[in-house]
Write a protein that binds this ligand. Structure first.
Ligand code: ZN
Ligand code: ZN
Ligand code: ZN
Ligand code: ZN
Length: 417
């Protein structure tokens, strides 16, 4: 199971349609491992685990921006999401912060197909969050509530999957210069992220996901452009059409996170002791500096030795590749790497799948290094976290929705003395 998603992440792999029937065997094996995992669920103080097959994600400026388009099945961070199903996007309730009700901001997406599951030939996981640290602190209280039907979260994860044969993409691997087979839903012209279901009542060409984004757009210049649209409509209808196109193609807001491609590498490749090769880039050095500083700062805040011990082993593991922004391992035996021992969920804190009621399992985690690349500041109200751990449906089930909500657990660093 691990190896398949791993290779799926490493590169888009199109497997033959007539896969042999190892599926049942795989399922049995999975259940076996799951039961084993059940047995030793109680000893939460995990001894040194040898998580094999962990892959790390790093961000890089894309060499070819085309590769981040949806029909190239990208793993990416920042910018706007590349929606796998470009039509049936998450609804208004799903795409807003459960606390402040504002539209969520795109963090990252990873392409993680599961070759054993026919309906997950293409599979992408999306993570969104509210940029407000106040909401994230509130979110902490929500995530501990068990059995709540619709918890008010400020971090949301969606899973979208498609079989090899689907209306949106060719069943053959994409080639340079390809275009998507179908049109996508009209997006909000402010955030470029969510479906633009509302339209400006005066020009009728600007679409929005929310009233909030309409107001922001209006105040930052649409007020003037909107009137131009109307006068140009009166002057010449044909000219108007071309203007409409260009207005829709760009994203007006300036607060999206900078866009990166997510590059995947196996953690074991970093196992060798650091050599004399210090040819790392300046950005790499500053990431490390920042974490050293954070360490000093945090050490004073930790209550007990357990947290300190946990932090030290976390730091040790991360230091192999300090610029990693995510860790991925879809394996039943895999466990997330927690910076702190306090604030971890117990087995009971992880809900069942909303759709099939089956178990959710750890799939990947997001590291705070991402905030450094996103140029998020260091003041007390800036977004910050220890780690964000994503749990997904073990069966990667089908449901009537295109974007199925999965579960995120956020571990924050302690605040205040
Ligand atoms: Zn919020
Ligand atoms: Zn919007
Ligand atoms: Zn308008
Ligand atoms: Zn499920």
């Amino acid at each position: 199971m691990a190896s398949s998603s791993l290779s799926g992440l490493n590169s888009l792999r199109i497997t033959p349609l007539d896969d042999d029937d190892e599926e049942e065997q795989e399922k049995d094996k999975a259940m076996e491992i799951l039961n084993e995992a059940d047995d030793d669920a109680d000893d939460d103080d995990d001894e040194e685990e040898e998580d094999e097959g962990v892959v790390l994600g790093f961000v890089e400026k894309p060499k070819n921006p085309e590769s981040l388009l949806r029909h190239f099945f990208p793993s990416k961070a920042g910018g706007v999401p590349a929606w796998l199903d470009p039509v049936k996007l998450p609804n208004e309730k799903s795409r807003t912060c459960g606390i402040c009700r504002e539209p969520l901001q795109f963090l990252l997406q990873i392409y993680a197909p599961i070759s054993e599951i026919e309906s997950a030939f293409h599979r992408t996981l999306y993570v969104f969050m509210c940029p407000s640290m106040k909401c994230l602190r509130q979110d902490q209280h929500e995530q501990w509530k068990r059995g709540e039907e619709s918890p008010c979260r400020s971090v949301k994860v969606f899973r979208c999957q498609l079989p090899r044969s689907n209306p949106f993409y060719s069943s053959e691997p994409p080639k340079h210069g390809d275009r998507p087979l179908t049109d996508a839903a009209t997006l909000c012209c402010w955030c470029g992220t969510w479906k633009g279901e509302k339209v400006c009542s005066s020009c009728k060409t600007a679409n929005y996901c929310s009233e909030k984004h309409q107001i922001l757009h209006w105040n930052s210049g649409h007020k003037a452009v909107c009137c131009q649209f109307i006068s140009s409509l009166e002057a010449s209808t044909s000219d108007f059409g071309s203007k409409k196109m260009s207005a829709k193609e760009k994203v007006a807001c300036k607060t999206l996170y900078p866009e990166f491609e997510v590059i995947i590498e196996e953690e074991c490749e970093y196992d060798t002791e650091p050599t004399g090769d210090q040819s790392c880039t300046t950005s790499l050095v500053s990431v490390h500096d920042k974490s050293d500083e954070t360490f000093q700062l945090l050490s004073d805040k930790f209550e007990g030795d357990i947290d300190k011990k946990s932090w030290v082993s976390f730091e040790e593991r991360i230091s192999k590749a300090p610029e990693q922004v995510l860790r991925y391992c879809r394996d039943l035996k895999a466990k997330p790497l927690w910076p702190l021992s306090s604030g971890r969920p117990s087995k009971e804190d992880i809900p069942k799948c909303k759709y099939c009621k089956g178990p959710l399992c750890y799939e990947f985690q997001i590291m705070p290094q991402l905030l450094y690349y996103f140029k998020v500041g260091n003041d007390p109200d800036s977004l910050d976290w220890g780690t964000i751990v994503i749990y997904t449906c073990l069966a990667s089930c089908e449901a009537s929705l295109s974007y199925k909500e999965e579960f995120a657990w956020v571990q924050l660093y302690p605040t205040g003395p």
